[in-house]
Design a protein around this ligand. Sequence first.
Ligand code: GLC
Length: 451
Amino acid sequence: MKKRLIILASLILIGVVPSFRANAQYQIPQKLKWWYNDRFGMFIHFGSYSYLAHGEWAFSIENWVKADYQQQVSPHFNPSKFDAREIVQLAKDAGMKYIVITAKHHEGFSMWDTKVKSFKDVTGKKMYSLQRFTPFGKRDVLMELKKACDVAGIKFCLYYSILDWGHSSQEINHVDGSTYSTMKSDSVRSAYIRDMKAQLKELIDRYHPASLWFDGDWTYNAGQPTPEKWWTKTDGVDLYNYLTGLDSNLVVNERVCRSFGLGDYECPEQEVPDAPRGRQWETCQTMNRTWGYNKNDNDYKSTKNLVRELVKVVSRDGNYLLNIGPKGDGTVPEQTADTLKAIGKWMDSYGESIYGTTRSPFAAEPEWVFYTKKEGKLFAHVFSWPQDGILSIPAIKNSIAKIYLMNDPGKTLDYSLEDGSIRISLPMNAPNDYDSVVVLEVAGLPEATKF
Ligand code: GLC
C-alpha cells in the first residue's frame, strides 16, 4: 500500500497524473457498458391516449372517469399503420442506438397481450390491452419492434408505469392538485404489486428487453405505505432485486423508487444537470412539448437546439433519450420524422464525437463550445464560429499529434500554444450549420492542464 502511495506521489510530482482523474469519476458496471457507450436513444410514447391525440396525460388533465375513458378512448385505438421497421429505420438513421417504448403508461392500458387477469376494464369482463380491447386484433407491436430492433442492431427496452389509473386497485387522486393515484387498501396493494411483477415477468420472458424504464413512482415514501403514498422504498429495492434476479443483465432506471439512489442510473427529465452527476445519468426530452401524440402541439425545438442538447448532455457525461409520439394510427408525425432525419445527417458525419465519448476534461464551459473526449481524441463542438478565425481552447497535458475539422481530416489546422491555451486557426466559414467539430488527436485520454 505504502509503496503504491509513493509511486502515485512521484507520478504526480513529475506531472504524470494517472488518467482516472480525467476519466469518469465512477466505475461503469459491466452490464451498463453498452448503454454508457451508446449515448443516444429513442423514447416512444404510444398507447390508447395516442388515439385521443391530446397527449398521454389526458386522462388526468381532462378529468376522465375510468368507465368513460374506457368506452370513448381506448377501444378506438387502432394503430393499423404501425410499421416497426420504418420506426427503427428512423431511429437508426438518426444515430440512435436504443429504443424505449411504453409497454404500459399511467392510463393502465397494456400494449401486449397480457394474461395477468387483474388488468381488466371496469366491467371486469375484458382484458385492458391492445390485443383484447380494440379492433386492432392480435398483432404484437412490441414484438414487431423488438424484431426490427434486433435486425438493425438496436437495443430494445420497455417503459412501465408503476401507478395505474385504470387498475381496480387504484383511483386517480385529484385531491389538492395531486395527479397520482390512491390505493384502495393494503390487501389490494399487495395483490397489485404481485400482479405488476407478473406483468413484468411476462415482458422479460417474452421480449428480453435490454432495459426496463420505470415511471409513475411518485406515490412513494421511505416508510410504511399509506393510501396516497403507497409505493415504498422497500418496494423499489425489492422490485429491482426481483427483476435483476430474472435477468442479471437488465439495466433499470432509478424510478423503481426515485430519490433513494436506487436503480442503475439517474433520470432527470426535460433538463440537463449543470455538471456531471455522482453516477451515470440519462435525460429524457421531448422534441415538442408533449410525450404522447398531441395534435395541437407543433411547438418543435429546432434541430440545431436538439443537436446542441445532445452534445451538452454527453459533454456532462449523460445519455440523451429523445422522444417521439406516434399518432393513433401508428404513423410518425411528419415533423418528427423530418427532425430525426436532420439530426441523422449531423450524426452521419459527427457520430464518432458522441459514441463512446465521455465528459469534457475542462471545468469551465463556455456556451458556444462543448467538449467530448475519448482515448486519443478531444472533440471541440463549436456552436458559434469565431469571427476572428481563432478557436482558443484550454491547454491539455497530452501531446498533440494533429488538429483538423472532423469533416475534413486530411487537412491539418495550424495552431500555437500560448498562455495556457491552444489557439487554432480556422477557415472563415463553419463547415456545419448546427455544430462544427474540431478534432485534436492526442496521446492518451485528454486531460486539462488546470483543475
Ligand atoms: C413524466 C410523465 C410521463 C412521461 C415521463 C417521461 O413522468 O408523467 O407522461 O412518460 O415523464 O419521463
